[in-house]
Structures are given as C-alpha cells and as structure tokens.
Design a protein around this ligand. Structure first.
Ligand SMILES: Cc1ncc(COP(=O)(O)O)c(C=O)c1O
Length: 387
C-alpha cells in the first residue's frame, strides 16, 4: 500500500537525535547529543509531586491547567519581567512547550500562511508548520556569532506573513537575542501585522550576566506576543512535560481550542509541583544557571583543546563547535564516526537547517551532564587532537 505517511510529514522521519542516541547506546559512547539532564531538579519539587500523587490528584486537571499553576505562571512573569498577566484568561498550561508550539501554530495559521523564523531551528517548528499546511521562511544565524542578518530577515517577510516564531535564548546556538535584534524583529512584525510567538524555555539558563529580554516586555508588543515556556529546562524535569503559554486572551482561547483536541490535559500531579517550584527562591534559579555556566566552561575548553572552533554560548545547555579545523568536511558523517574516533556523541547542526551549507561542519554538544561525565567526555575528546 506504499508509504502511508501523509505527504506533508514526509521528510520528518526518524530524527537525528534518535539515531545518535541509539549509536551512543550501542557503542558505549558518552551521549552529548540529546539535551537531557542527568540529575534531578529541586527536592521540594519532587516531594510535591509525590504528595500530589499520594493525595489523589491523579485525574484530569482543568483544561486550562490547575489554578495554582496558572497563578504561579502569572506571578513568575510579574516577578522576573514585571509583566501583568491575567491567570484566568491569559494563561494556558500545555503538555510541554512542544504542545504549546503546536497549539499556537495550528490555532493561528491558515494553510499557505507564512511563518518567519531563524535557522538553525528547534526541529518541532518545521514539522508543526508543515502539519498546519503553513510555510516557513527562514533567516540564517551564521557561525560563529549567530547575529541576526537584517537583509535576509527583511526578505523573509511578505504580505502572507502570519507570525514570527522566535526562540530566545536559542537552541542550538546558545544565543540570547539582543535588544537591538529584538527591536528589529518587533518592528518588522508590527509592519506586517504579524503575531510574535516566542519560545523562551531556556529563559533561566543564561550566563555571564547577559540579560534575557522577553518580547512581551517590549513596548507595544504584549498585544501581539504569545510567550511559551516550560518547566523541563528550568527545573531539570523534561519528562514531566509541563509547559505553558500566555498572551492576549483571544490568542490563548484559539490555542486552547486546538489544545483540547491534542491532549486535552496532561501531567495532572506534576502541575501543582511545578506551581510550587516556580515560587522557589532566587537561589534556586541562580544555582541552576551558575552550575551550568561552569559546565559550559569545562566542555568549551575541552572542545577547543581537541582542536574544534567553539562558539561560546551565553545561554541554554548547548554549544556549537566547528569541526572544520580537524579536516572535517561533513559533520553528519563525522558525528556517525565520533563514537569510534573518541567515544563521544554530538549532533550535526545541518539537520536543523534548510541551508545545509551554512552548517556543513558544525556539531552541537549538550553540557547538561554531571561533572564527572563531562570530564570523561573532555578526556575522550582529547583523542581527536592527537589524530
Ligand atoms: C527551543 C525548544 N523549545 C521547546 C522544547 C520542548 O520543550 P518541552 O520538553 O517542554 O516540550 C525544547 C526542548 O528541547 C527546545 O529546545
């Protein structure tokens, strides 16, 4: 009967992350491919989830999310960014940021509408835009500084632009968009009367005192901005899949209409636990960022010593390194050979790009791992230098 997969999903087969993780497993290589932390988040948060399960909070939560989490998300936006958000009408809890992205794109984009975004991009963006029958228009962030290129960004906008899909801090580059870059993006969005959907899941994993600026906090932007985040990264709880979005009530209602037919609800007992975690002290937030900053330094030094050219990230738990100085001309092939060469796995950045040439020799490594794992990875990477 041929390939049963619908045409618009063809080309979105098994992801490179699955391939590289399987390779790590079968070869015993250290997996720095997938961004999965190998330690747990705050103990109080874990205890709160256990309490929620023990006390019977195991059935469907309300469609928009449990009230204490809606309140906690609004309080978090006020505390960190001074944003006033109505928890009753302007917040929606989702099954991770992934579902928030899907609900917004499917809820706001008609077929053939255009979505402006940057590449390399988080892989669910392209797949979800394709599912909606919409069209992605990209502008490339180029190694090593990944600055916004005004000319190609302007050219990506058209009368069909429905939304800008932004990710700051940015996976995989570790870039935090500057105020000037955000001002440019926002003025183009206003000019084209487009929504700005901003994925800020790495909002708290920022280093060196760099400031993360939520788009919704910029002048006149709250009315056209939908902000997405998730507890997975901030609290090392990726498996709990507690995400959320907030924005103007009409846009949240549109996303909610779609969301109720995707999962309806998810993560019942984890929602009150994340509500508690969001209210934890600044020390918890800062502790997570400073511990990751030290891990970033460790891995970046190791990659440089191994002979790669490193673009030091200001945020997230990813670093991109260029393997060209090692004589590599194709990062995909290099990543497949890395377990044999040095016993470490990374992912080729080109799979996250439409313009494959812009990332031909770039590899992404994750550093959300225990220090001893990173130290061993650095020792192993050293073998590349001696080849
Ligand atoms: C940029 C970005 N957005 C969204 C997600 C997905 O978040 P969640 O696990 O909360 O669905 C990720 C996960 O890696 C990500 O890197």
């Amino acid at each position: 009967m041929g390939n049963p997969l619908v045409g618009r999903m063809q080309g979105f087969g098994t992801t490179i992350f699955a391939e590289m993780s399987a390779l790590a497993l079968s070869t015993g290589a250290i997996n720095l491919g997938q961004g999965v932390p190998d330690t747990d988040g705050p103990q109080e948060m874990l205890d709160a989830a256990i309490d929620a399960i023990s006390s019977g909070r195991n059935q469907y939560p309300p469609g928009a999310g449990v009230p204490e989490l809606l309140e906690a998300i609004a309080a978090h936006q006020k505390r960190f960014y001074g944003l006033s958000v109505d928890p009753a009408r302007e917040v929606l809890v989702t099954a991770g940021a992934t579902e928030a992205i899907a609900a917004v794109i499917l809820g706001l984009c008609e077929p053939a509408d255009e979505v402006v975004m940057f590449e390399p991009y988080y892989d669910s963006y392209a797949a979800t835009i394709a599912l909606a029958g919409a069209v992605r228009r990209t502008s490339v962030l180029r190694f090593p500084d990944f600055a916004v290129d005004e000319e190609t960004l302007r050219a990506a906008f058209s009368p069909r632009t429905r939304m800008v899909l932004l990710n700051t801090p940015h996976n995989p580059t570790g870039k935090v968009f500057s105020r000037a870059e955000l001002d440019l993006i926002c003025s183009l969005a206003r000019e084209h009367d487009a929504w700005v959907v901003t994925d800020e899941v790495y909002e708290h994993l920022v280093f060196d005192g760099v400031e993360h600026i939520p788009v919704a906090s910029l002048p006149d932007m709250a009315e056209r901005t939908i902000t997405i985040s998730s507890a997975g990264k901030t609290f090392s709880a990726t498996g709990w899949k507690v995400g959320w979005l907030h924005g103007p009530a009409a846009a949240v209602a549109a996303a909610r209409t779609v969301k109720q037919f995707l999962t309806y609800v998810a993560s019942g007992p984890f929602q009150p636990a994340i509500a508690m975690a969001l209210g934890l002290g600044d020390d918890v937030y800062q502790g997570a960022a400073s511990s990751l900053q030290a891990k970033r330094d460790l891995l970046c030094e190791g990659l440089s010593a191994a002979g790669l050219e490193v673009a030091r990230p200001s945020a997230t738990y990813f670093v991109i390194a260029d393997a060209a100085p090692l004589g590599v001309s194709d990062a995909l092939d290099f990543c497949r050979r890395m377990p044999a060469l040095c016993g470490v796995v990374g992912v080729p950045v080109s799979v996250l790009c439409d313009d494959v040439d812009a990332a031909r020799t770039l590899v992404r490594f994750a550093f959300c791992k225990r220090d001893e794992v990173l130290e061993e990875a650095v020792t192993r990477l050293g073998q590349l230098a001696s080849r």
